[in-house]
Design a binder for this molecule. Structure first.
Ligand SMILES: *Cc1c(COP(=O)(O)O)cnc(C)c1O
Length: 410
């Protein structure tokens, strides 16, 4: 019998060893170290000839089960679970980059990713090249023999720009460069990253996957399609049955950086995976419905959601993410004061950062996430004082709309 539905596959995945008590859900193995019967078995495990667990910074049964579930959902070659989205991004680039290399990306980036590239990675001799990822000539001109990766977010936050992934992957692959993407905004139950040429996927599982803001987590997904023999950093690891990227990441980088997911979080996020599809479908549909209604309001200057006909990215977004591209939208009022007045009058919608909580959240990105950036940096990143970002939850659309209407009526 072949199971095809996302939920059936998630709920049916057995764990690798029988539990002594027949527990129906995967127990949380809080063990730090694992005992061996003989010195020979110990040697084999530590040297990688067997896959027995040795120490929970390296692998842990509960975390591994969570990784297996993500593998089942994505069909990936290798999955690594870390303790935040930023840990996933930093582990990925410490695996890919080398001193003297460059990475090509856009200025439209999540704030900490931007800071990681510009302030952290740059200090280790990695040049960050910013370009317009919707302009393929510009992208091609930025890539050279020392480019370690082309990096993009699939829907940028909060600019809501949608890149054409197939075109971008073509430009990267023509130069033997991997396409690395942050796909946090549209989860894998709704978007098959490998079909659009993404080689390495990084995700903040703190968002949809956690099951509604239960815990911090991150994922690195290697689809196993890229030929690493062209990478100066990874070409010497291409003999293994694992991809060179996954091999280097698992045998060296993640152990040395020490940011593996904890078993408690893996347990919570495994539960999150079970309800991911149903929550995502509802939240994305709610977001689309709200975007349509907010767009019709007089006091709203503009609404930015790629699922609305008329949005400049409508066609490419539909091709990549379907009719309802995620549960995040932005809208603009005519001044910062108006935004603050509106925020302060809301009664149901929560003034909070984070995305894809089960509740609806709102934030003024310019004064918060980008509050410590210089005005010049904000301008270069297209962050405006008039923009509000909404992450839509599971509440009734009419209730949310009533709150928005009462807060706008002033
Ligand atoms: C939240 C977020 C991150 C960072 O994830 P953490 O789990 O908070 O470290 C990275 N990228 C995007 C697009 C995000 O929304």
């Amino acid at each position: 019998m072949k199971e095809t539905k996302y939920e059936t596959k998630q709920l049916g995945l057995p764990y690798p060893k029988n539990d002594a008590y027949g527990a129906l859900s995967m127990p949380i193995y809080h063990a730090l170290a694992y005992e061996f019967d003989t010195a020979e078995e110990m040697e084999a495990a530590f040297c990688g000839y067997t896959t027995e667990h040795t120490y929970s910074r390296v692998t842990n049964p509960t975390v591994q089960y969570f990784e297996e579930r993500v593998k089942v959902a994505t069909g990936a070659h290798g999955v690594t679970a870390l303790n935040s989205g930023m840990a996933a991004i930093s582990n990925t680039f410490f695996t890919l980059a080398w001193s003297g290399s460059n990475l090509v990306t856009s200025r439209h980036l999540f704030g900490n990713t931007y800071s990681f590239f510009v302030n952290t990675l740059n200090a280790f001799g990695v040049e960050v090249r910013f370009c317009d990822l919707t302009n393929m000539d510009e992208v091609a001109n930025c890539i050279d023999d020392n480019t370690c990766a082309l990096f993009t977010e699939v829907i940028t936050n909060p600019q809501m720009e949608v890149v054409d992934l197939i075109k971008l992957a073509d430009v990267a692959h023509n130069r033997n460069v991997p396409l690395v993407a942050d796909t946090t905004i549209v989860p894998f139950c709704a978007f098959q990253a490998a079909d659009f040429g993404i080689d390495i996927d990084v995700i903040s599982s703190s968002k949809y996957i956690s099951g509604g803001a239960t815990s911090l987590g991150g994922l690195i997904i290697d689809y196993g399609n890229f030929d690493w023999s062209h990478s100066p950093r990874l070409k010497s690891f291409t003999d293994s049955s694992l991809s060179a990227f996954h091999f280097k990441l698992r045998k060296e980088i993640h152990r040395n950086l020490g940011a593996y997911m904890t078993p408690e979080v893996a347990y919570k996020q495994s539960l999150g995976l079970e309800t991911l599809q149903i929550r995502y479908d509802r939240q994305a549909a709610n977001c689309k419905a709200l975007a349509e209604k907010i767009q019709a309001m007089q006091d709203v200057v503009s609404v930015n959601y790629p699922g609305l006909p008329g949005n400049p990215f409508y066609e490419v977004s539909k091709r990549q993410f379907g009719a309802n591209p995620g549960a995040m939208m932005t809208f603009d009022l005519d001044s910062k004061e108006r935004c603050y007045n509106f925020l302060n009058r809301l009664k149901l919608i929560h003034r909070a950062t984070n995305l894809f909580d089960n509740r609806t959240l709102i934030i003024h990105p310019a004064s918060t996430i980008y509050g410590t950036f210089t005005p010049e940096q904000r301008a270069a990143m297209d962050i405006y004082d008039t923009t509000l970002r909404l992450s839509v939850g599971l509440e009734g659309v009419d209730d949310l709309m009533n709150d928005i209407c009462q807060a706008l009526a002033m």
